[in-house]
Write a protein that binds this ligand. Structure first.
Ligand code: NAD
Length: 279
């Protein structure tokens, strides 16, 4: 079994990002919008801020109260769209239920949409055109490339169909000539499908859900899940790492697998946004 060490790959790519920033001739800037209400978002934003500060990317957080109206949220997005000093806009999800997140994503200028969630970027992705790629799936593609794992002709099973992970993941694997099956909470006989996967990406948010008996010998197992064990600080993935590692050919750990790649993918997207606007 080969451990896919996302932390190390992310550190390596970070060096490249530093080089790229030196050659850029300017400083990219990222605006993050946070709507009050989700404590986990604070942690994710802190991580993004820290990385930006370390790399010398301008980072500004716009904090909205949890009773903000849709109009106020859209007004802020339009203001940031028009602001030439802002290269990249990220709306941290989730946001409160009274707000329409799809409309908000749609309002973000596609050239500043570094999460790749606007319909323009998801449409471009589906058509196989250049686009901003959602950071977690993009980071996973980097990992597969780094470990020389070919996708062409492989049966890739993606479990989870969220707009931020599962669906863009499936599209990226399809664009790389994989044969794709997407599974979700209504899928029947899940393990019959997962047992046929050469590459399996699990993004469901259910601790230790995928066990060794559900995977094929030597499969590539990518675990996106981040699940906190209640009452502890322990984080586990969606894959039962201890059993699955005995059977997998390659496997990502949690933590230290996909997570660090998501943040480096975001930094690369921010640089790309800067380049797009300054070419
Ligand atoms: P989500 O809740 O939006 O979607 C979960 C998906 O899993 C749904 O499509 C659902 O149909 C499917 N699902 C749920 N239970 C299932 C089951 N028993 N069998 C088959 N499918 C099932 O979640 P998300 O935003 O895609 O995130 C998934 C996980 O990935 C979470 O643990 C989240 O914290 C984590 N995550 C990690 C990163 C990272 O950088 N590592 C980034 C984003 C999300």
């Amino acid at each position: 079994m080969i451990l896919i060490e996302g932390k190390k790959v992310a550190e390596k790519r970070r060096e490249k990002v530093i080089e790229k920033l030196k050659e850029l001739g300017g400083i990219p800037s990222l605006a993050v919008i946070r709507v009050e209400g989700d404590p986990a978002s604070e942690i994710y934003i802190r991580i993004k801020r820290k990385m930006c500060e370390e790399l010398g990317i301008n980072f500004t957080e716009y904090h909205l109260e949890k009773d903000v109206t849709q109009e106020e949220l859209l007004n802020l997005i339009h203001k940031l769209n028009d602001d030439k000093s802002v290269n990249a806009i990220l709306l941290q999800s989730p946001i409160p239920y009274h707000l329409d997140i799809m409309e908000a994503f749609e309002a973000i200028n596609p050239d500043k949409d570094v999460d790749g969630f606007s319909p323009v970027n998801t449409g471009r992705l589906v058509q196989g055109q250049p686009s901003f790629k959602a950071c977690t799936p993009y980071g996973i593609m980097m990992l597969l490339e780094e470990y020389g794992i070919s996708i062409e002709g492989k049966h890739c099973v993606v479990i989870g169909r969220s707009n931020i992970v599962g669906k863009p993941m499936a599209e990226l694997l399809l664009n790389a000539n994989g044969t794709i099956t997407i599974c979700h909470s209504k899928t029947k006989n899940l393990s019959e499908i997962t047992k046929t996967a050469d590459i399996i990406v699990v993004a469901i948010g259910s601790p230790n859900f995928i066990t060794a008996d559900m995977i094929k010998e030597d499969a590539v197992v990518i675990d996106v899940g981040i699940n906190r064990i209640p009452g502890t600080n322990k984080i586990v993935g969606d894959v039962d790492f201890e059993s699955a590692k005995e059977k997998a050919g390659y496997i990502t750990p949690v933590p230290g697998g996909v997570g660090p790649m998501t943040i480096i993918a975001l930094m690369e997207n921010v640089i790309k946004a800067y380049e797009l606007q300054n070419k």
